[in-house]
Design a protein around this ligand. Structure first.
Ligand SMILES: [Zn+2]
Length: 137
């Protein structure tokens, strides 16, 4: 979660997203190359238990379990239909300051929703843990 907080506006730039795909397992002869992943809005966020996690910098949808034939753009659409990145997001080179401010407002709302749902899930897991302990007293 702390890693998500480090997602900043520089990820609007394709080259910044692409630079995160070091040691990405799918490089050649497949659909989900680093270039295609970055073009579809993803940033590489591996962790020990999930080495192929990619996160959209805009909607913060996390996807893992990539297969070589997966099309990153289609997978993004399938799992996050309302992501603004998939609509008419202007490229970094043509983005105006006014557009960037509006988009950042929306992106930060997405981040808050994501962090909130993670906190809720963690809290519910702890509640369940305590409930089991109490039942076993
Ligand atoms: Zn997205």
């Amino acid at each position: 979660m702390e890693k998500l907080m480090q997602f900043n506006y520089l990820y609007y730039k394709l080259s910044q997203r692409l630079s995160t795909f070091k040691d990405w397992p799918f490089l050649e002869d497949c659909n989900c190359t680093p270039q295609k992943m970055a073009e579809a809005g993803f940033v590489y966020q591996p962790c020990e238990s999930q080495p192929d996690v990619a996160v959209c910098f805009f909607c913060f949808k996390e996807l893992e379990g990539w297969e070589p034939n997966d099309n990153p753009w289609e997978e993004h659409q399938k799992h996050s239909r309302s992501c603004r990145f998939l609509t008419n997001l202007p490229s970094w080179e043509t983005l105006t300051l006014e557009q960037l401010i509006k988009l950042e407002n929306e992106r930060m709302n997405n981040l808050i929703r994501k962090v909130d749902s993670q906190h809720t899930a963690e809290f519910e897991a702890k509640v369940q843990e305590v409930r089991i302990k109490l039942q076993n007293l």
